[in-house]
Design a protein around this ligand. Structure first.
Ligand SMILES: CC(C)(COP(=O)(O)OP(=O)(O)OC[C@H]1O[C@@H](n2cnc3c(N)ncnc32)[C@H](O)[C@@H]1OP(=O)(O)O)[C@@H](O)C(=O)NCCC(=O)NCCS
Length: 383
């Protein structure tokens, strides 16, 4: 912000930076310690020792599940994975070059009226929890089968034995995925599940705070996540890595980019001024994957970019940077990276929507008016 604006409007923070817009018990970002906790549990522990289903349960119900609770949660998710054929009809009607983020946004819009709790008031907490579980169950099915449809293939039925990560990978490829691929996908879903008052979550809360429904909140979240300054960065980061190509070109590329004042996708974060805790874990996973697959070029390029960004700008990679090359090494098409983020984040959005509605107040900030005032109306024929 320019000095004049700061002096003129001391209470104004562009982009709401540093503004406290709510109280939440869902997750805590500690920038100084580079830590992220979901309801008091470190995300690294959840990613390494738990599963996305445990994480989703924790976010929705506020506690880690017991063995029996997890089994019954997984059974409900399995029973809810399939989606009405009308959703696929809508996806078939979209132009073939529709971005999968637009497809999943349309899919959720179409799905809403088919929810058995469609008629329930938006303040019906039990109905909202049931909706949240259905949304978490169906997101991966819709992304994967949407991918099949745009490639001229028929949607396939989820296998009830599969959890969320495996269901997505199986439907996307039509084949049982390797265990390692499932494990990396599952960990990435856990890491992507929730992140405080980020732009899409905040937008989702704004929507439900009007007493609109949970599906509208999810659709708002998807639309907000799509942009390259938010979830869309993982796709842009991969395009950048492919553009660089080989480690020997990385130094010249980053020198040029910084010289040209380019934004480096997958770097920087509004909240983390040191390292993004999720990136620390995922970088390790992505590099191990590179070694296992015999393709270490992206890890090597990443080292050069990270070192240069830290030395010159004190800016660190965010979760989208290692997620990008981890997904690439797993053979996932680039334009599914942000939709995968959706598969995970519907759990966080839902938890926030539930929290917002349990103690709701309309979200309605003010703006400073700087336009013209008190003008005399001029008749149309005289303008
Ligand atoms: C995430 C992001 C939007 C946060 O932005 P922010 O808090 O609004 O910070 P700003 O964009 O104002 O950046 C502050 C300064 O750091 C620089 N900066 C921030 N991220 C940068 C990046 N990725 N590459 C190069 N410079 C960057 C800005 O140019 C700015 O420098 P200046 O003060 O000299 O102009 C920003 O870091 C970004 O655009 N990153 C790339 C997109 C991305 O990876 N998004 C995913 C986030 S999880």
């Amino acid at each position: 912000m320019s000095a004049t604006l700061t002096e003129k409007y001391p209470n104004y923070s562009p982009g709401l930076e540093g503004v406290i817009a709510g109280i939440s018990t869902i997750s805590e970002i500690d920038s100084d310690r580079s830590s992220l906790q979901y309801r008091g549990y470190d995300v690294h522990d959840l990613a390494e020792h738990g599963s996305f289903e445990e994480t989703a349960y924790l976010l929705i119900y506020g506690k880690l599940p017991t063995t029996a609770e997890l089994a019954s949660f997984k059974a409900v998710l399995s029973a809810e994975r399939e989606v009405p054929s009308q959703v696929y009809d809508v996806l078939r009607a979209l132009p073939k070059d529709t971005h999968p983020m637009d497809a999943i946004r349309s899919a959720f819009s179409t799905l809403a009226p088919f929810d058995p709790d469609y008629e329930a008031p938006s303040t019906d907490d039990a109905a909202n929890v049931r909706k949240a579980v259905r949304i978490i169950a169906k997101a991966g099915t819709m992304v994967a089968n949407g991918h099949r449809i745009r490639n001229g293939l028929e949607p396939i039925k989820p296998n009830p034995a599969h959890d969320t990560a495996e269901n997505f990978l199986y439907l996307m490829t039509g084949q049982e995925p390797p265990a390692k691929t499932v494990q990396v996908m599952d960990a990435s879903l856990t890491l992507y599940a929730e992140h405080g008052f980020n732009a899409s979550t905040f937008a989702c809360r704004v929507t439900v705070a009007t007493l609109s429904d949970l599906y509208s909140g999810i659709v708002t979240g998807i639309g907000t996540l799509r942009g390259p300054l938010h979830g869309g960065a993982n796709e842009e980061a991969m395009k950048m890595l492919l553009d660089i190509g080989t480690p020997d070109k990385a130094q010249a590329w980053i020198d040029d980019a910084l010289e040209g004042k380019k934004k480096i996708m997958g770097f920087g974060h509004r909240e983390y001024k040191k390292r993004d805790s999720r990136a620390i874990y995922l970088t390790k996973v992505a590099k191990e994957l590179g070694i296992e697959k015999g393709d270490t070029r992206f890890g090597e390029i990443a080292d050069i970019l990270e070192k240069t960004m830290e030395e010159r700008k004190n800016i660190h990679p965010n979760v989208d940077f290692p997620a990008a090359y981890a997904y690439y090494l797993l053979g996932i098409p680039i334009d599914l990276y942000t939709p995968i983020f959706v598969i995970a984040r519907v759990s966080g959005w839902s938890a926030h929507a539930l929290e917002q509605l349990r103690n709701n107040r309309l979200i309605r900030p003010k703006c400073i008016y700087e336009g013209a005032a008190n003008l005399d109306y001029v008749a149309l024929e005289n303008r």
